[in-house]
Design a protein around this ligand. Structure first.
Ligand SMILES: Cc1ncc(C[n+]2csc(CCOP(=O)(O)OP(=O)(O)O)c2C)c(N)n1
Ligand SMILES: [Mg+2]
Length: 808
């Protein structure tokens, strides 16, 4: 067929096109072989088949070949659609950045990951993907983060990176993408490419007709440029032949389902259908007739997203100022026996099909992993091309940044009665007061709850971030207001609309800045505790990528009383306990919070080895993110010196407020805002139970993690390994009962009884909230002093406790 009249981009010579065609073929082959190997050849005792990768990878083979071998530069960052992971690993293998053994172990133990993973893969994944939609939004927020970093004068000696997402068309059903789009528009997004793999197939089915037109309108509405890659250059050339326009119209009118079905059925089926529908029209009949079945199939499969010159042209001509969406028509399963079949998502080739495919690819048995096997260009030429690929030139793409020094103590003026939420605002206000390097690296963000989570004073001092300055009209009009809402490129608070998904994905982007932009940020996000659940998958995603941030969640629990069941959080302490990569705290007092925040600013910067400390059995040197569950309840503060020992215990998760004596019959272990109830109960029981103890728990999560790790260490033979909580409970006599209490699910602390076998009664909240006063609600849910005493009397029998009142 004649080459199209389209001008190839300047950088792309016919020689380059030849090499790229060979590499595309190799990517297709290697991805298929990797999957086949995982399913049929490697010892697969579980019999679990690899699903979803084969057809999805093939769909993006052309586009990814173009990107990685020609278009991308080392500073560009890409989120690869989860099921295109084999392509990515194959490309890195060809570039010499991925070991063959890992490809052979694809999806196996320590092999290349099923979905690209920043933390688990060894071949330089920029953004993890897996939960569809999140990686896409991550590129948008990474672009904002890059702008933030550069606006603050950092990283200007490095070129700007383009943030690129390879997006499945069905992935666009995920709502978080639209939340991100709207936010991107508000924030003046630039430098972001979303490349939509418009294969018109999802997991289950073929997508609705005309979806591309909705996308086009939608992206245009949000200020994006939309580039549609519909026809390949073979098709464009055919359209110019006599009868070509009729063929184009037929293609345009062909329903997605039918097009997919014909792609699957192949050349003879195309011929029959085309002849049936437009074949009696002279010119177009000749256009069809002069092609063999194979040529006809190649023509009809030659959609824009599988045509190298078209793809290169589009990418090379895109600019970075305007965010750009490429809608690329592709074929799911391109080049494979189940191309286009609606059931092909988990499609696998049988050994026989694979053998035929191998022969078609010119690969000899035993040479399946050879990089240049079966290509019609010499190995020298291909190798020398690969060595000059711009994306792979230069040193490691993953950057690093020195840690920011954190003051030994975070100053805060503690009022006699104060809530942890007020304390949080006061601590940040103090940080904001001076212009230290530390203060400059803090960046805050909140989804429309900046003021109500007490970030207001900090924002007043440091301003809001926007690429272009915007004055506070209330201020310029001299209308009194508590808050100064001024935007500038130097601002240190990013105000988001109400979308918790966006909050967590922005935190994920800010929290990877050291690695992506080579400049470290100290991000803090605030939201109401119950709405963690709204963005939970994105929070998990951020942790999975090892992004580093502090999350302040407030208000929390039923302690926010009057707001009722809608805003009262119950399960969040359990999330804090279970979420990997997130150290969770629920302090009761502001001095504890100051200690924890000081520690947290260092902890989020740590990147050490995985071994646990022998004192608390926590992997503190590895670092992670931090969740602070805070409260609006003002409570009486303790006047006490924070000794180094107390400081360590607060960070390790617990300390004795009242150490139990040797005859202790019962102890109360509390966490968070119910401290006054626990203290009151201990006081009221003092006359009737001996040596009552009071254990302040600042982090159930860290106590639990340390305990689990110490047990594992003992099982491995380190017989003296003891965790912090084990040491605290070591002298508590075995007959002593434990009453645990928190404003959250009681299971958060129930396990304390399993440490040394103490009988335990766990109090907490199990049911959706009532409205009422604090006292009414604490009584209703059984977390007030009286309920604590009642529990103590039951598990620690003795004479009746005189202050106990009948329970409601
Ligand atoms: C949040 C989430 N829900 C469900 C899935 C399971 N899943 C994986 S891929 C997929 C559909 C993919 O369709 P598309 O994005 O069009 O990619 P294609 O398979 O066409 O390459 C689904 C539902 C997932 N990975 N993440
Ligand atoms: Mg699809």
């Amino acid at each position: 067929m004649p080459m199209p009249k389209r001008t190839p981009p300047k950088s792309t010579t016919p020689e380059t096109l030849q090499v790229l065609a060979a590499l595309e073929r190799k990517v297709l082959w290697l991805a298929s072989w990797m999957i086949h190997n995982a399913n049929h050849l490697r010892d697969n005792a579980d019999g679990l088949k690899v699903g979803g990768h084969q057809a999805s990878s093939a769909s993006l083979a052309t586009i990814m070949t173009a990107l990685y071998f020609d278009v991308l530069r080392p500073h560009d960052r890409v989120a690869v659609k989860p099921h295109a992971s084999p392509n990515f690993h194959a490309i890195q293998y060809l570039l010499g950045k991925q070991a063959r053994e890992r490809l052979e172990a694809f999806r196996g133990y320590k092999g290349a990951q099923s979905y690209p993973s920043r933390t688990k893969d060894a071949d330089d994944v920029d953004f993890s993907t897996g939960s569809v939609g999140l990686g896409v939004a991550q590129t948008l927020f990474s672009s904002l983060t890059q702008d933030y970093v550069r606006a603050h004068g950092w990283g200007l000696d490095r070129p700007e990176g383009r943030m690129v997402a390879l997006v499945g068309d069905a992935e666009l059903d995920e709502g978080n993408i639209f939340e991100a789009l709207l936010e991107g528009w508000k924030q003046g997004l630039r430098n972001c490419w979303w490349i939509i793999d418009y294969n018109r197939q999802s997991l289950d089915a073929v997508v609705r007709e005309g979806l591309w037109a909705r996308y086009e309108q939608l992206f245009n509405n949000f200020g994006w440029k939309v580039v549609i890659l519909k026809y390949g250059s073979l098709q464009e050339a055919a359209f110019k032949e006599p009868g070509g326009e009729t063929l184009r119209q037929w293609i345009d009118n062909c329903p997605n389902q039918l097009y997919s079905a014909l792609v699957f059925a192949g050349g003879a089926a195309w011929r029959k259908r085309l002849n049936d529908e437009i074949g009696d029209q002279g010119d177009v009949s000749r256009l069809i007739e002069k092609r063999s079945d194979a040529e006809l199939a190649a023509l009809m499969n030659n959609l824009g997203g599988h045509d190298m010159p078209t793809v290169l042209d589009a990418f090379h001509n895109a600019d970075s100022e305007q965010p750009t969406c490429f809608i690329c028509y592709t074929v799911k399963g391109f080049g494979l026996p189940f191309a286009g079949h609606k059931d092909n998502h988990a499609g696998l080739m049988t050994p026989q099909q694979m053998d035929t495919y191998r022969q078609a690819m010119g690969v000899r048995p035993g040479h399946e992993w050879d990089k240049f096997e079966g290509l019609d260009l010499t190995a020298e030429r291909l190798q020398s091309f690969l060595e000059r690929v711009p994306f792979a030139a230069g040193g490691p793409r993953r950057l690093s940044a020195p840690t920011v020094d954190v003051p030994d103590e975070l100053p805060v003026t503690i009022q006699p009665v104060m809530s942890t939420q007020t304390g949080f605002g006061a601590i940040l206000n103090e940080i904001g007061r001076n212009d230290s390097d530390f203060a400059r690296h803090v960046v805050t963000t909140s989804p429309d709850v900046t003021v109500s989570t007490n970030l207001g004073p900090w924002v007043n001092r440091r301003g809001l971030f926007a690429r272009e300055a915007m004055a506070d009209t209330f201020k310029s009009e001299r209308i009194p207001s508590t808050f100064n809402w001024e935007f500038s490129p130097k601002g240190q608070h990013i105000e988001l609309g109400i979308a918790e998904m966006n909050l967590f994905i922005l935190l994920s982007a800010l929290g990877l800045s050291h690695s992506i932009n080579g400049e470290r940020l100290l991000p803090i996000g605030t939201l109401y505790d119950p709405f963690i659940a709204r963005g939970l998958d994105a929070l998990n995603y951020a942790c999975y990528q090892d992004a580093r941030f502090i999350l302040a969640a407030t208000p929390s629990g039923i302690t926010l009383a009057g707001e009722g069941g809608a805003h009262q959080s119950i399960a969040e302490p359990l999330i804090g306990l279970a979420q990997d990569g997130l150290a969770s705290f629920e302090p009761a007092y502001v001095d504890e919070l100051a200690v924890i925040m000081g520690w947290a600013f260092s902890y989020i910067q740590k990147n050490g080895d995985l071994s646990a400390s022998e004192t608390n059995w926590l992997r503190d040197e590895t670092g992670g993110s931090v969740y602070l569950r805070l409260s609006t309840r003002p409570i009486e503060q303790m006047k006490r010196p924070i000794t180094p020992e107390l400081r360590q215990q607060i960070v390790d998760g617990a300390y004795w407020q009242r150490k139990p004596g040797p005859n202790c019959q019962v102890l109360v272990a509390y966490t968070g805002a119910v401290a006054p109830e626990a203290i009151e109960a201990v006081g009221l029981m003092a006359e009737d139970r001996r040596d009552v103890g009071l254990l302040a728990i600042t982090s159930a999560d860290r106590l639990n993690a340390g305990w689990a790790a110490a047990q594992r260490a003992r099982e491995r033979g380190l017989v003296r390994a003891r965790s912090h909580i084990e040491r605290l409970l070591a002298d508590v006599p075995s007959h002593c009962g434990i009453v645990t209490v928190l404003d959250g699910h009681p299971a958060t602390l129930t396990w304390l009884g399993a440490i040394a076998g103490h009988r335990t009664r766990a109090l907490g909240v199990e049911h959706f909230g009532q409205t009422g006063s604090l006292a009414e609600l604490y009584r209703h849910y059984g977390i007030d002093a009286n309920a604590i005493i009642a529990a103590a009397q039951t598990i620690a029998p003795g004479r009746p406790i005189r202050h106990l009142k009948a329970l409601p």
